[in-house]
Design a protein around this ligand. Structure first.
Ligand SMILES: [Fe+2]
Ligand SMILES: [Fe+2]
Length: 151
């Protein structure tokens, strides 16, 4: 199988897995917002940790063995886009770390902080969704539309 087939399949699979995890995370976050109990907080934190670890692995794959280098090798003029996507990885990691520290404290009693967390969390999910969409478009353009399929 061509390297690019493996790459596209793995990207597609990982993006799908992350979307499922993200939906689960949003559901649990909503449950926690409805009832700010310690139990729901624990549930949410558990899925958040899974999501964060999966995302770290996914970013590492994309940066080290994944599409970034292959896009640059094939289409060097896309460097600005690749740099931007890599910068977004760093920014998303920073926000994830900050939210994780927030979650390590008790959000159940502090309504204003909980609302701030909610806003930051929804912003992060929106940003992450846009990031993945930009990646899908770049990979599709370079490996499908530009005739890279039969590498
Ligand atoms: Fe990415
Ligand atoms: Fe990705």
């Amino acid at each position: 199988m061509a390297v690019t087939d493996d790459l596209r399949r793995r990207m597609h699979h990982e993006h799908r897995t992350l979307r499922v995890l993200q939906e689960d995370l949003l559901d649990r976050f909503e449950s926690f917002c409805e009832e700010r109990s310690s139990e729901r907080h624990r549930d949410f934190v558990g899925v958040f940790e899974d999501f964060r670890a999966s995302l770290q692995r996914h970013f590492e794959f994309e940066e080290e063995g994944g599409y970034m280098q292959q896009v640059l090798d094939r289409r060097p003029h896309h460097k600005t886009k690749v740099d931007m996507l890599q910068r977004e990885h760093r920014e998303i990691r920073v926000v994830l770390d900050r939210l994780e520290s927030e979650l390590a404290t008790d959000l159940t009693e502090d309504l204003p902080r909980c609302d701030d967390f909610k806003k930051d969390f929804v912003d992060l999910m929106t940003r992450f969704g846009r990031h993945e969409q930009a990646e899908r478009e770049l990979v599709m353009e370079v490996f499908w539309l530009e005739g890279g399929v039969s590498d």
